[in-house]
Design a protein around this ligand. Sequence first.
Ligand code: CP
Length: 320
Amino acid sequence: MQKPSTPQELNGKFEGKDILSADQFSKKDIDIVLSIVDDMKKIVIDKGATNLLYGKIMAAIFYEPSSRTFSSFVASMQRLGGGFIPLQGMGNSSAAKGETLHDTIKTFSSYSDIIVMRHPEVGSTKLAADATDIPVINAGDGIGEHPTQALLDLYTIAEEFGEIENLTITFFGELAHYRSINSVTRLLSHYPNIKMDFVSPKEVDLIDDTRTFLKKKGIGILETENIQDVISTTDVLYVTRVKKEFLPPVLYKKIEGKYIVDAKLVSKMKKKSIIMHNLPRIGEITTDVDKDPRAVYLRNQMRNGMYVRMALLALVLGKA
Ligand code: CP
């Protein structure tokens, strides 16, 4: 069957669909994913693995470096009893000889049932999805989106607070090139009484597209360069990495080291609050914060990535 042009709204139906953008998700769709994440977590805790996806193969095609997203997708497929084709970096594939994205996708579609792809260009996962009839999951497209990260972030917030409502989420650092923000803000916009603060240097503040989206949705947002304006009222401190690879050296030098979370800053946070980071961190959070019980980045936030990706693979492959 010919797959319709992408991306499509999910409307509660995941089987065979591409997962490319947070825009595809309604509140009901997010609820479906998060409830299945609970089931996946239970499977892993109780018995480690299942054979739900026995006979299915995932091609993990990563043109950009990754530790967590790549390995959690691979671990997810293994825990669900499926197989995988691992392409972490394309140096040993025919992409290194100049093969086009289109032909690469056609090739791996011949051997697999689902493609998970990370690529440095915005919109590349849509091009991949249009080149194949098997489902494609966006594992990060340049500075565009990172929808699976956003889902695991939401799951972590729900796990920590019980409900996703009446919360202030503070996005902190270099926001202009941080693709997860474009996805997680869109997912959070479905929840009641969510306020979002954006704390960053002006040169790398929230991108216009996401700002306009949030304003249109009527979400209360506050933008400032000074974390002291909001630190005592935030519930979720969502720290980002200064993406050196996107910045001119002069700007990087100006920003580097200015947006740091340390124990002194954390001491001003509410007792019931959390500190998140997608990782990798390159000094944005000092290591003395790691032992603070509010710091979830090296704990459940990271591990939840595997449960969330198990849920998505099972849903999209029609086995959830
Ligand atoms: N959070 C995240 O996307 O990490 P990786 O770049 O290691 O996949």
